[in-house]
Design a protein around this ligand. Structure first.
Ligand SMILES: CC(=O)N[C@H]1[C@@H](OP(=O)(O)OP(=O)(O)OC[C@H]2O[C@@H](n3ccc(=O)[nH]c3=O)[C@H](O)[C@@H]2O)O[C@H](CO)[C@@H](O)[C@@H]1O
Ligand SMILES: C=C(OP(=O)(O)O)C(=O)O
Length: 419
Protein backbone atom coordinates (compact mmCIF):
# COMPACT_ATOMS: atom_id res chain seq x y z
CA UNK A 1 0.00 0.00 0.00
CA UNK A 2 1.38 3.41 -0.99
CA UNK A 3 2.29 6.04 1.60
CA UNK A 4 2.72 9.79 1.44
CA UNK A 5 5.78 11.38 3.02
CA UNK A 6 5.31 15.06 3.82
CA UNK A 7 7.84 17.52 5.22
CA UNK A 8 5.68 20.25 6.68
CA UNK A 9 6.07 23.87 7.60
CA UNK A 10 6.29 25.37 4.12
CA UNK A 11 3.75 27.91 2.85
CA UNK A 12 1.89 27.12 -0.38
CA UNK A 13 2.19 29.56 -3.28
CA UNK A 14 0.84 29.13 -6.80
CA UNK A 15 -2.12 27.88 -8.79
CA UNK A 16 -4.12 24.70 -8.37
CA UNK A 17 -6.60 23.65 -11.06
CA UNK A 18 -9.83 22.35 -9.51
CA UNK A 19 -11.01 19.09 -11.06
CA UNK A 20 -14.54 18.04 -11.95
CA UNK A 21 -16.58 16.89 -8.96
CA UNK A 22 -16.25 13.18 -8.18
CA UNK A 23 -19.69 13.04 -6.63
CA UNK A 24 -21.28 14.52 -9.73
CA UNK A 25 -19.20 12.65 -12.31
CA UNK A 26 -20.21 9.29 -10.83
CA UNK A 27 -23.94 10.03 -11.08
CA UNK A 28 -23.87 11.43 -14.62
CA UNK A 29 -21.82 8.40 -15.64
CA UNK A 30 -24.61 6.17 -14.30
CA UNK A 31 -27.08 8.20 -16.41
CA UNK A 32 -25.35 6.89 -19.55
CA UNK A 33 -27.17 3.57 -19.01
CA UNK A 34 -30.50 5.32 -19.65
CA UNK A 35 -29.88 5.90 -23.35
CA UNK A 36 -28.72 3.86 -26.33
CA UNK A 37 -26.92 6.95 -27.71
CA UNK A 38 -23.48 8.28 -26.66
CA UNK A 39 -23.10 10.57 -23.63
CA UNK A 40 -20.04 12.81 -23.83
CA UNK A 41 -18.90 14.04 -20.42
CA UNK A 42 -16.35 16.85 -20.06
CA UNK A 43 -14.29 17.72 -16.97
CA UNK A 44 -14.34 14.17 -15.59
CA UNK A 45 -11.67 13.63 -12.90
CA UNK A 46 -9.36 10.63 -13.29
CA UNK A 47 -9.92 8.91 -9.97
CA UNK A 48 -10.02 5.37 -8.66
CA UNK A 49 -13.80 5.68 -8.11
CA UNK A 50 -14.33 6.79 -11.72
CA UNK A 51 -12.27 3.82 -12.99
CA UNK A 52 -14.23 1.44 -10.79
CA UNK A 53 -17.60 2.72 -12.05
CA UNK A 54 -16.28 2.59 -15.60
CA UNK A 55 -15.57 -1.11 -15.15
CA UNK A 56 -19.08 -1.64 -13.84
CA UNK A 57 -20.70 0.28 -16.72
CA UNK A 58 -18.58 -1.65 -19.22
CA UNK A 59 -19.77 -4.96 -17.86
CA UNK A 60 -23.36 -3.71 -18.32
CA UNK A 61 -22.52 -3.09 -21.99
CA UNK A 62 -21.28 0.51 -22.16
CA UNK A 63 -18.35 1.22 -24.45
CA UNK A 64 -16.07 3.97 -23.21
CA UNK A 65 -13.39 6.30 -24.50
CA UNK A 66 -11.42 8.44 -22.05
CA UNK A 67 -9.25 11.20 -23.52
CA UNK A 68 -7.82 13.72 -21.08
CA UNK A 69 -10.81 14.63 -18.96
CA UNK A 70 -13.40 13.84 -21.66
CA UNK A 71 -15.23 10.59 -21.21
CA UNK A 72 -17.64 9.24 -23.80
CA UNK A 73 -19.93 6.44 -22.73
CA UNK A 74 -22.12 4.56 -25.16
CA UNK A 75 -24.53 1.97 -23.76
CA UNK A 76 -26.06 0.94 -27.11
CA UNK A 77 -27.13 -2.43 -25.74
CA UNK A 78 -27.37 -3.57 -22.14
CA UNK A 79 -25.66 -6.94 -22.02
CA UNK A 80 -26.02 -7.60 -18.28
CA UNK A 81 -28.45 -6.28 -15.67
CA UNK A 82 -26.38 -7.65 -12.79
CA UNK A 83 -23.98 -5.45 -10.77
CA UNK A 84 -21.67 -7.84 -8.92
CA UNK A 85 -20.41 -7.47 -5.35
CA UNK A 86 -16.77 -6.97 -6.36
CA UNK A 87 -17.56 -3.88 -8.43
CA UNK A 88 -20.13 -2.33 -6.08
CA UNK A 89 -18.72 -3.01 -2.62
CA UNK A 90 -15.97 -0.38 -2.73
CA UNK A 91 -18.08 2.55 -3.73
CA UNK A 92 -21.40 4.03 -2.76
CA UNK A 93 -22.28 5.62 -6.10
CA UNK A 94 -22.18 2.33 -8.00
CA UNK A 95 -25.50 1.40 -6.38
CA UNK A 96 -27.09 4.11 -8.55
CA UNK A 97 -26.97 1.84 -11.62
CA UNK A 98 -30.02 0.04 -10.17
CA UNK A 99 -32.53 2.77 -11.16
CA UNK A 100 -31.34 3.21 -14.76
CA UNK A 101 -31.18 -0.57 -15.35
CA UNK A 102 -34.67 -1.00 -13.95
CA UNK A 103 -36.03 1.92 -15.99
CA UNK A 104 -34.50 0.67 -19.23
CA UNK A 105 -34.60 -3.13 -18.91
CA UNK A 106 -37.37 -3.72 -16.34
CA UNK A 107 -35.10 -5.73 -14.06
CA UNK A 108 -31.78 -5.59 -12.20
CA UNK A 109 -29.76 -7.46 -9.61
CA UNK A 110 -27.38 -5.14 -7.79
CA UNK A 111 -25.11 -5.82 -4.82
CA UNK A 112 -25.61 -3.71 -1.72
CA UNK A 113 -22.99 -0.92 -1.85
CA UNK A 114 -19.83 -0.02 0.06
CA UNK A 115 -18.14 3.37 0.22
CA UNK A 116 -16.38 5.15 3.04
CA UNK A 117 -16.93 3.40 6.38
CA UNK A 118 -18.32 6.51 8.06
CA UNK A 119 -21.60 5.06 9.32
CA UNK A 120 -24.16 2.33 8.68
CA UNK A 121 -25.33 3.92 5.41
CA UNK A 122 -28.49 1.91 4.64
CA UNK A 123 -30.25 2.17 1.26
CA UNK A 124 -33.84 2.05 2.52
CA UNK A 125 -34.74 5.46 1.03
CA UNK A 126 -33.40 4.43 -2.39
CA UNK A 127 -35.57 1.31 -2.28
CA UNK A 128 -38.55 3.27 -0.93
CA UNK A 129 -38.41 5.55 -3.99
CA UNK A 130 -38.13 2.69 -6.48
CA UNK A 131 -40.94 0.77 -4.74
CA UNK A 132 -43.17 3.86 -4.92
CA UNK A 133 -42.55 3.83 -8.68
CA UNK A 134 -43.88 0.29 -8.89
CA UNK A 135 -40.70 -1.80 -8.61
CA UNK A 136 -40.96 -5.16 -6.83
CA UNK A 137 -37.89 -5.47 -4.63
CA UNK A 138 -36.41 -8.35 -2.67
CA UNK A 139 -33.16 -8.60 -0.74
CA UNK A 140 -31.25 -11.85 -0.76
CA UNK A 141 -27.64 -12.77 -0.01
CA UNK A 142 -26.43 -9.18 -0.11
CA UNK A 143 -28.15 -8.39 -3.40
CA UNK A 144 -31.16 -6.28 -4.34
CA UNK A 145 -33.37 -8.11 -6.84
CA UNK A 146 -35.68 -5.60 -8.54
CA UNK A 147 -38.33 -6.01 -11.23
CA UNK A 148 -40.71 -3.70 -13.05
CA UNK A 149 -41.83 -5.78 -16.04
CA UNK A 150 -44.47 -3.22 -17.08
CA UNK A 151 -42.12 -0.29 -16.58
CA UNK A 152 -41.80 2.21 -13.74
CA UNK A 153 -44.63 4.65 -13.02
CA UNK A 154 -44.40 8.23 -11.81
CA UNK A 155 -45.04 8.61 -8.07
CA UNK A 156 -45.16 11.17 -5.25
CA UNK A 157 -42.11 10.52 -3.09
CA UNK A 158 -41.65 12.32 0.23
CA UNK A 159 -38.34 11.52 1.87
CA UNK A 160 -38.41 11.55 5.70
CA UNK A 161 -34.96 13.17 5.73
CA UNK A 162 -32.54 14.47 3.13
CA UNK A 163 -30.48 11.92 1.22
CA UNK A 164 -28.23 12.91 -1.68
CA UNK A 165 -27.94 9.38 -3.07
CA UNK A 166 -31.65 8.56 -2.77
CA UNK A 167 -32.66 11.87 -4.42
CA UNK A 168 -30.31 11.16 -7.33
CA UNK A 169 -31.47 7.58 -7.56
CA UNK A 170 -35.13 8.60 -7.70
CA UNK A 171 -34.30 11.10 -10.48
CA UNK A 172 -32.34 8.52 -12.47
CA UNK A 173 -35.31 6.13 -12.37
CA UNK A 174 -38.12 8.66 -12.81
CA UNK A 175 -36.85 10.25 -16.04
CA UNK A 176 -37.99 7.19 -17.98
CA UNK A 177 -41.02 6.28 -15.83
CA UNK A 178 -44.56 6.71 -17.18
CA UNK A 179 -46.14 9.93 -15.85
CA UNK A 180 -45.08 12.52 -13.31
CA UNK A 181 -42.85 12.02 -10.25
CA UNK A 182 -42.50 14.55 -7.48
CA UNK A 183 -39.72 14.32 -4.91
CA UNK A 184 -40.37 16.21 -1.65
CA UNK A 185 -37.57 16.94 0.83
CA UNK A 186 -35.08 16.44 -1.99
CA UNK A 187 -31.38 17.06 -1.38
CA UNK A 188 -30.24 20.47 -2.68
CA UNK A 189 -26.53 19.74 -3.20
CA UNK A 190 -25.09 21.34 -6.37
CA UNK A 191 -24.44 17.84 -7.73
CA UNK A 192 -28.24 17.28 -7.86
CA UNK A 193 -28.74 20.23 -10.20
CA UNK A 194 -25.73 19.07 -12.23
CA UNK A 195 -27.34 15.65 -12.69
CA UNK A 196 -30.64 17.30 -13.66
CA UNK A 197 -28.83 19.46 -16.26
CA UNK A 198 -27.21 16.37 -17.74
CA UNK A 199 -30.51 14.44 -17.82
CA UNK A 200 -32.31 17.41 -19.40
CA UNK A 201 -29.57 17.66 -22.05
CA UNK A 202 -30.39 13.99 -22.79
CA UNK A 203 -34.04 14.93 -23.36
CA UNK A 204 -35.44 14.40 -19.85
CA UNK A 205 -37.89 16.81 -18.25
CA UNK A 206 -36.64 17.56 -14.72
CA UNK A 207 -37.53 20.82 -12.96
CA UNK A 208 -36.86 22.18 -9.49
CA UNK A 209 -33.46 20.47 -8.97
CA UNK A 210 -31.54 22.52 -6.41
CA UNK A 211 -34.74 23.16 -4.43
CA UNK A 212 -36.52 20.83 -1.97
CA UNK A 213 -39.17 19.82 -4.52
CA UNK A 214 -38.18 18.21 -7.80
CA UNK A 215 -40.71 17.38 -10.53
CA UNK A 216 -39.98 14.92 -13.30
CA UNK A 217 -42.20 14.29 -16.32
CA UNK A 218 -41.20 10.87 -17.59
CA UNK A 219 -40.22 10.42 -21.26
CA UNK A 220 -40.15 7.20 -23.31
CA UNK A 221 -36.50 7.45 -24.36
CA UNK A 222 -33.43 9.59 -23.80
CA UNK A 223 -30.93 10.84 -26.42
CA UNK A 224 -27.22 11.32 -26.47
CA UNK A 225 -25.82 14.59 -25.10
CA UNK A 226 -22.73 16.50 -24.05
CA UNK A 227 -22.37 17.68 -20.46
CA UNK A 228 -19.55 19.34 -18.49
CA UNK A 229 -19.24 18.19 -14.87
CA UNK A 230 -19.24 21.06 -12.37
CA UNK A 231 -16.05 21.84 -10.36
CA UNK A 232 -15.41 19.89 -7.18
CA UNK A 233 -16.50 22.00 -4.18
CA UNK A 234 -14.95 19.56 -1.71
CA UNK A 235 -11.56 19.65 -3.42
CA UNK A 236 -11.91 23.46 -3.48
CA UNK A 237 -12.64 23.59 0.25
CA UNK A 238 -9.78 21.22 1.03
CA UNK A 239 -7.19 23.39 -0.74
CA UNK A 240 -8.61 26.53 0.91
CA UNK A 241 -8.04 24.88 4.27
CA UNK A 242 -4.58 23.70 3.24
CA UNK A 243 -3.33 27.20 2.45
CA UNK A 244 -5.07 28.58 5.54
CA UNK A 245 -3.16 26.02 7.62
CA UNK A 246 0.27 26.55 6.00
CA UNK A 247 0.17 30.23 5.05
CA UNK A 248 0.99 31.46 1.54
CA UNK A 249 -1.44 32.28 -1.26
CA UNK A 250 -3.22 30.04 -3.76
CA UNK A 251 -5.26 30.63 -6.88
CA UNK A 252 -7.81 27.85 -7.29
CA UNK A 253 -8.53 27.82 -11.00
CA UNK A 254 -12.10 26.98 -11.94
CA UNK A 255 -13.32 27.03 -8.30
CA UNK A 256 -16.78 28.52 -7.77
CA UNK A 257 -17.80 30.50 -4.69
CA UNK A 258 -21.51 29.70 -5.12
CA UNK A 259 -20.82 25.98 -4.61
CA UNK A 260 -19.45 26.49 -1.10
CA UNK A 261 -22.77 27.39 0.55
CA UNK A 262 -22.45 28.11 4.28
CA UNK A 263 -18.77 27.08 4.26
CA UNK A 264 -17.89 30.40 2.59
CA UNK A 265 -18.98 32.50 5.59
CA UNK A 266 -17.30 30.08 8.02
CA UNK A 267 -14.00 30.29 6.15
CA UNK A 268 -14.15 34.10 6.17
CA UNK A 269 -15.08 34.08 9.85
CA UNK A 270 -11.99 32.07 10.83
CA UNK A 271 -9.76 34.59 9.08
CA UNK A 272 -9.35 33.46 5.47
CA UNK A 273 -9.31 36.06 2.68
CA UNK A 274 -11.35 34.74 -0.24
CA UNK A 275 -11.45 36.72 -3.46
CA UNK A 276 -13.61 35.78 -6.43
CA UNK A 277 -11.82 35.95 -9.79
CA UNK A 278 -13.28 35.56 -13.31
CA UNK A 279 -12.28 31.91 -13.35
CA UNK A 280 -11.59 30.86 -9.80
CA UNK A 281 -10.73 32.05 -6.32
CA UNK A 282 -7.69 33.64 -4.71
CA UNK A 283 -7.12 32.49 -1.14
CA UNK A 284 -4.84 33.41 1.73
CA UNK A 285 -4.89 33.43 5.51
CA UNK A 286 -5.44 36.98 6.75
CA UNK A 287 -3.30 36.82 9.90
CA UNK A 288 -0.66 34.70 11.62
CA UNK A 289 -3.24 32.12 12.73
CA UNK A 290 -6.87 31.33 12.02
CA UNK A 291 -9.37 31.88 14.81
CA UNK A 292 -11.53 29.12 16.26
CA UNK A 293 -15.25 28.82 15.56
CA UNK A 294 -18.07 26.31 15.97
CA UNK A 295 -19.64 24.41 13.08
CA UNK A 296 -22.45 21.90 12.59
CA UNK A 297 -22.52 19.76 9.45
CA UNK A 298 -25.81 19.97 7.52
CA UNK A 299 -27.17 19.08 4.10
CA UNK A 300 -26.47 21.77 1.46
CA UNK A 301 -26.43 24.74 1.74
CA UNK A 302 -25.18 23.97 5.28
CA UNK A 303 -21.55 23.19 6.13
CA UNK A 304 -20.74 19.95 4.25
CA UNK A 305 -19.87 16.76 6.12
CA UNK A 306 -17.29 16.08 3.39
CA UNK A 307 -15.28 19.11 4.62
CA UNK A 308 -15.63 18.37 8.32
CA UNK A 309 -12.37 16.40 8.64
CA UNK A 310 -10.35 19.02 6.75
CA UNK A 311 -11.88 21.78 8.87
CA UNK A 312 -10.92 19.91 12.01
CA UNK A 313 -7.32 19.78 10.79
CA UNK A 314 -7.41 23.57 10.31
CA UNK A 315 -8.88 24.17 13.76
CA UNK A 316 -6.09 22.15 15.46
CA UNK A 317 -3.79 25.17 15.12
CA UNK A 318 -6.43 27.90 15.32
CA UNK A 319 -6.46 30.45 18.13
CA UNK A 320 -9.08 29.29 20.66
CA UNK A 321 -11.49 26.40 21.15
CA UNK A 322 -13.82 25.17 18.41
CA UNK A 323 -16.62 22.63 18.50
CA UNK A 324 -17.47 20.52 15.49
CA UNK A 325 -20.80 18.72 15.42
CA UNK A 326 -21.32 15.97 12.84
CA UNK A 327 -25.00 15.38 12.11
CA UNK A 328 -24.93 13.42 8.84
CA UNK A 329 -22.82 10.31 9.58
CA UNK A 330 -22.52 8.60 12.96
CA UNK A 331 -18.88 7.49 12.61
CA UNK A 332 -17.02 10.33 10.97
CA UNK A 333 -14.41 11.35 13.55
CA UNK A 334 -11.82 8.66 12.81
CA UNK A 335 -9.28 11.35 11.92
CA UNK A 336 -9.44 12.83 15.45
CA UNK A 337 -7.13 10.27 17.14
CA UNK A 338 -4.79 10.38 14.12
CA UNK A 339 -4.54 14.19 14.39
CA UNK A 340 -3.90 13.59 18.10
CA UNK A 341 -0.70 11.71 17.18
CA UNK A 342 0.53 14.97 15.70
CA UNK A 343 -0.11 16.91 18.88
CA UNK A 344 -3.68 18.08 18.24
CA UNK A 345 -5.86 18.48 21.34
CA UNK A 346 -9.22 17.00 20.41
CA UNK A 347 -11.83 15.37 22.61
CA UNK A 348 -14.83 13.59 21.14
CA UNK A 349 -18.13 13.23 22.97
CA UNK A 350 -20.77 11.49 20.86
CA UNK A 351 -21.29 13.53 17.72
CA UNK A 352 -19.34 16.57 18.94
CA UNK A 353 -15.60 17.11 18.81
CA UNK A 354 -13.96 19.88 20.82
CA UNK A 355 -10.69 21.15 19.40
CA UNK A 356 -8.31 23.23 21.52
CA UNK A 357 -5.97 25.01 19.14
CA UNK A 358 -2.23 24.54 19.68
CA UNK A 359 0.51 26.77 18.29
CA UNK A 360 2.07 24.05 16.10
CA UNK A 361 1.57 20.37 15.17
CA UNK A 362 4.48 17.95 14.96
CA UNK A 363 4.87 15.40 12.15
CA UNK A 364 4.12 11.74 12.96
CA UNK A 365 3.20 8.48 11.26
CA UNK A 366 -0.61 8.42 10.81
CA UNK A 367 -3.21 6.17 9.20
CA UNK A 368 -5.74 7.38 6.64
CA UNK A 369 -9.12 5.87 7.51
CA UNK A 370 -11.41 7.26 4.79
CA UNK A 371 -11.28 9.68 1.91
CA UNK A 372 -11.81 13.06 3.57
CA UNK A 373 -10.08 11.96 6.78
CA UNK A 374 -7.02 11.25 4.62
CA UNK A 375 -7.06 14.80 3.29
CA UNK A 376 -7.28 16.17 6.82
CA UNK A 377 -4.05 14.32 7.64
CA UNK A 378 -2.38 15.73 4.52
CA UNK A 379 -3.38 19.27 5.55
CA UNK A 380 -2.08 18.68 9.08
CA UNK A 381 1.14 17.22 7.66
CA UNK A 382 1.69 20.22 5.38
CA UNK A 383 1.36 22.58 8.35
CA UNK A 384 3.29 20.50 10.91
CA UNK A 385 6.91 20.72 11.88
CA UNK A 386 8.97 17.80 10.55
CA UNK A 387 7.93 14.64 8.70
CA UNK A 388 4.46 13.11 8.53
CA UNK A 389 3.97 9.70 6.95
CA UNK A 390 0.37 9.15 5.82
CA UNK A 391 -0.29 5.43 5.47
CA UNK A 392 -3.04 3.83 3.34
CA UNK A 393 -3.30 6.59 0.76
CA UNK A 394 -5.51 4.53 -1.55
CA UNK A 395 -8.44 6.35 0.05
CA UNK A 396 -7.08 9.64 -1.32
CA UNK A 397 -6.85 8.22 -4.83
CA UNK A 398 -10.62 7.71 -4.73
CA UNK A 399 -11.31 11.43 -4.55
CA UNK A 400 -8.36 13.82 -5.07
CA UNK A 401 -7.00 13.95 -8.60
CA UNK A 402 -3.20 14.32 -8.92
CA UNK A 403 -2.94 15.41 -5.29
CA UNK A 404 0.86 15.30 -4.88
CA UNK A 405 1.46 16.93 -8.27
CA UNK A 406 -0.91 19.82 -7.52
CA UNK A 407 0.66 20.43 -4.09
CA UNK A 408 4.27 20.00 -5.27
CA UNK A 409 3.66 22.68 -7.92
CA UNK A 410 2.87 25.09 -5.07
CA UNK A 411 6.01 24.33 -3.07
CA UNK A 412 4.89 21.45 -0.85
CA UNK A 413 7.38 18.74 0.01
CA UNK A 414 5.15 15.72 -0.51
CA UNK A 415 6.13 12.45 -2.10
CA UNK A 416 4.44 9.13 -2.74
CA UNK A 417 6.30 6.07 -1.55
CA UNK A 418 5.20 3.06 -3.58
CA UNK A 419 5.06 -0.22 -1.71
C1 LIG B 1 -20.94 9.33 -3.77
C2 LIG B 1 -21.53 10.46 -3.06
O1 LIG B 1 -22.16 11.35 -3.64
N1 LIG B 1 -21.32 10.52 -1.75
C3 LIG B 1 -21.83 11.63 -0.97
C4 LIG B 1 -23.29 11.40 -0.65
O2 LIG B 1 -23.35 10.16 0.05
P1 LIG B 1 -24.74 9.45 0.25
O3 LIG B 1 -25.59 9.69 -0.95
O4 LIG B 1 -24.46 8.08 0.68
O5 LIG B 1 -25.32 10.29 1.49
P2 LIG B 1 -26.82 10.50 1.92
O6 LIG B 1 -27.16 11.96 1.75
O7 LIG B 1 -27.68 9.51 1.25
O8 LIG B 1 -26.76 10.16 3.47
C5 LIG B 1 -27.25 11.03 4.46
C6 LIG B 1 -27.70 10.22 5.66
O9 LIG B 1 -28.84 9.46 5.30
C7 LIG B 1 -28.68 8.10 5.65
N2 LIG B 1 -29.42 7.29 4.66
C8 LIG B 1 -29.18 7.48 3.33
C9 LIG B 1 -29.88 6.74 2.39
C10 LIG B 1 -30.83 5.80 2.83
O10 LIG B 1 -31.46 5.09 2.03
N3 LIG B 1 -31.03 5.65 4.16
C11 LIG B 1 -30.34 6.37 5.10
O11 LIG B 1 -30.57 6.21 6.29
C12 LIG B 1 -27.16 7.89 5.61
O12 LIG B 1 -26.77 6.76 6.38
C13 LIG B 1 -26.66 9.21 6.18
O13 LIG B 1 -26.71 9.17 7.57
O14 LIG B 1 -23.75 12.47 0.17
C14 LIG B 1 -23.08 12.59 1.45
C15 LIG B 1 -23.76 13.70 2.22
O15 LIG B 1 -23.54 14.91 1.63
C16 LIG B 1 -21.60 12.83 1.21
O16 LIG B 1 -20.93 12.78 2.45
C17 LIG B 1 -20.99 11.76 0.30
O17 LIG B 1 -19.70 12.15 -0.08
C1 LIG C 1 -18.03 9.77 1.55
C2 LIG C 1 -17.63 9.97 0.30
O1 LIG C 1 -17.77 9.10 -0.72
P1 LIG C 1 -18.69 7.78 -0.72
O2 LIG C 1 -20.09 8.29 -0.52
O3 LIG C 1 -18.48 7.17 -2.07
O4 LIG C 1 -18.24 6.91 0.39
C3 LIG C 1 -16.97 11.23 -0.04
O5 LIG C 1 -16.89 11.56 -1.25
O6 LIG C 1 -16.50 11.93 0.87
Amino acid sequence: MDKLAIIGGRPLYGEIPISGAKNSALKVMAASLLSDAPLKLLNVPRLADVDMLLRLLEQHGAVSEFEGSTLTLHAKDIISTEAPYDLVRKMRASFNVLGPLLAREGKAKVSLPGGCAIGARPVDLHLMALTAMGAKIELDEGYVFAEAPDGLKGADIAFPFVSVGATEHAMLAAVRAKGTTTIENAAREPEIADLANCLNAMGANVSGAGSSTITIEGVAALNGAEHAVLPDRIETGAYIMAVAATGGELTLKGARADLLGAAWAVLEEVGIDLEELDDGLRVKRAGERCTATDIVTQPFPGFPTDLQAQFMALMTTADGVSTIKETIFENRFMHAPELGRMGAKISVDGQTATVRGVARLKGAPVMATDLRASMSLVIAGLAAEGQTMVNRVYHLDRGFERLEEKLQACGALIERIKE
